[in-house]
Design a protein around this ligand. Sequence first.
Ligand code: 0O2
Length: 268
Amino acid sequence: MEIQLWREILIPYQQAVQELKVKFSSIVHENRRLGQYSPIEYVTGRVKKISNILEKAKKKNIPINRIEKEIDDIAGIRILCQFVEDIDKVVDLIRSRTDMEIKDEKNYISNTKDSGYRSYHIIVYYNVHTALGAKRIQAEIQIRTLSMNFWATIEHSLQYKYEHNIPYDIKKRLMNAAEAAFQLDQEMSLIRNEIIRAQNLFQVKSSIIADILNNIQNLHKVTDNIKEVEQIQEEFYVLWEKGNFEQLDNFNKKLDMMAAGYKAQSLL
Ligand code: 0O2
């Protein structure tokens, strides 16, 4: 039998996981920078452990030389969303990408698994270029809410503990917990707009505060009138204590004009 050089075999998968994590995480950062809501909360990824690859191949009767073709989740990315509605947005986003090609989609949200597992899976083909050359690999993208993920993570570790034979009473409790996680997602969806508004406000407020402090620091650099900058800083702390968003915004605009007057806006 041909020797399996696992270290080499896994290199393109490791690279694919790294690249896909960067690509999906940058969507989060870009949205936040633009002050927009991000349907992606955060992204994780992993390359399946060799022992788990062999285990899965054994369970599914896959010959060693067909592992890469038939096990499609050697590279795995997990995209976590706050709300169920965000999952559709992420799915559309993946469908519209030209740097990956969809092989298969499994909707375990509308078709919940018997275990209670809910998640949306997309298998993609993805091209990687490594020191060993170019390769088209498969990767599994799991898209789920934070609540679905909480349940799946706990259930997954219990599957390992009980070697896939979870006792009936624990299985029952897990089913109840899956129902509770489903209810939680539904409740959160009902107040989704309110939550998004609150999060956006928080985002805008923190960027205004960062701007104000940046302006104060720049003014401190360019003026000899330290007393004036101290007064501005004191004024800021008073406004900050009050926490009025509009007052902080106006104060920031005033500082922007002062900084522009001193040509201090672009200083670090
Ligand atoms: P790991 O350790 O996460 O990599 P199947 O055809 O159903 O036997 P297949 O073809 O791998 O299995 O596809 P499926 O069912 O879509 O499962 C792929 C992955 O989804 C699993 O990988 C799990 O990560 C996750 N998953 C599926 N079902 C469950 C479940 O009931 N509970 C939990 N917690 N996760 C699940 P692996 O290789 O099983 O495991």
